[in-house]
Design a protein around this ligand. Structure first.
Ligand code: KG4
Ligand code: ZN
Length: 338
């Protein structure tokens, strides 16, 4: 089954053709990051406009790289939630128009389910059930993936997402948007034990996270130093921050795997590109005898290939939409509605 998938939830306009949820036939990503960099973060109104300008060309390019016409496809898929509402609407309306004119079925895909499915494209043998840490710019979830479309969130952030914390700490250290990758690189040459940062604690659900206190601690350290005319060693601070975030994520993720008896651990989302998170997850898995999966770097960030992968399983589960499909800024990964 060949699916043309469209993704426009944030600042990447993307289209891809995917076969049977597992094979990338083509994948095109047009990023707007250079423009948003000027403002230190994504400007939603600009994002929507750029999606409008790019989407036609990006979809055409994905079809042309696949050497296919609309008539060669079996279905269309689109990210409809969660994300920036104006950005999502561009993809959703484009996909609806294409579905109406071609008669192809339309499959709505939850963005975070797509991030999880990025792993299906890289690992032919990977099948649910598994435990997944979904860490992106807007979300930090521990998800029980019981089946391809049957999920249960057992832990999530109470405040900032991990990616958001990385980006805000990086910005305070003078790094360009999106800062996560720059902070990760700077951390490689730093001493992770040079700054004692608060280990985020939450009461109630033991698998929940909190990153806002940690982010504030770094921002305060930098501001206090600059008020005294001092500057802090960026590599050491980056390394300390990265270690604290990664250990906080892994503490809950590995505890959940042990307590719930999972033997396959999977990373997903933009922050799964983090080099320390990948390394430490591998180490924990090796120590506990678990299998470890994370997407190749090319599939960690937003792309449409992952949407096409998840769409295949949504289609098999009967999850198709009609012309009433709307976009939504927020949506439960466990119980998506459309
Ligand atoms: O999944 P994603 O591409 O977009 C959302 O759905 O939010 O995630 C983007 C997030 C950004 O916060 C970005 O800084 C972060 O992923 N990120 C990283 C790294 N690469 C991307 N964070 C830490 N280390 C990285 N290497
Ligand atoms: Zn994403």
């Amino acid at each position: 089954m060949k699916i043309l998938a469209i993704e426009s939830s944030c600042d990447e306009t993307a289209a891809a053709v995917i076969e049977d949820g597992r094979k990338i036939i083509s994948s095109v990503v047009a990023t707007q990051v250079e423009e948003h960099k000027l403002y230190g973060g994504v400007v939603p109104e600009i994002a929507s406009r750029r999606h409008c300008e790019a989407i036609n060309g990006v979809v055409k390019e994905a079809l042309s790289q696949a050497e296919m016409k609309l008539s060669d496809l079996d279905a269309l898929a689109v990210t409809y939630a969660p994300g920036l509402i104006g950005a999502l609407l561009v993809g959703v309306n484009f996909a609806k128009g294409l579905s109406m004119s071609s008669g192809l079925p339309l499959i709505p895909v939850h963005h975070l389910r797509g991030h999880i499915a990025a792993n299906y494209l890289a690992f032919e043998e990977l099948k649910p059930p598994f435990l997944c840490l979904v860490v992106s710019g807007g979300h930090s979830h521990i998800v029980e993936v019981k089946d391809y479309t049957d999920m249960n969130v057992i832990g999530k952030t109470r405040d900032d997402a991990a990616g958001e914390a990385f980006d805000k700490a990086a910005r305070t250290m003078g790094m360009p948007y999106p800062g996560g990758i720059h902070l990760d690189k700077a951390a490689e040459s730093g001493d992770p034990d040079s700054f004692k940062l608060p280990i985020p604690k939450v009461s109630g659900n033991k698998y929940d996270f909190s990153f806002s206190g940690l982010k504030t601690a770094v921002i305060n350290l930098i501001h206090n130093a600059s008020q005294k005319g001092q500057s802090l060693p960026v590599a050491d601070l980056s390394a300390s921050f990265r270690k604290t975030v990664v250990e906080s994520l892994l503490k809950n993720f590995t505890a959940a795997a042990q307590e719930l008896g999972y033997e396959k651990l999977v990373l997903a989302g933009g922050v799964s590109a983090n080099s320390l998170l990948r390394k430490r997850t591998e180490e924990e898995c090796a120590e506990n005898g678990w299998k470890c999966y994370y997407p190749p770097l090319s599939l960690c960030g937003d792309n449409a290939a992952m949407i096409g992968a998840q769409a295949y399983y949504e289609y098999l589960a009967g999850n198709t939409a009609d012309m009433k499909l709307n976009a939504a800024a927020t949506m439960d990964i466990a119980a998506p509605k459309f």
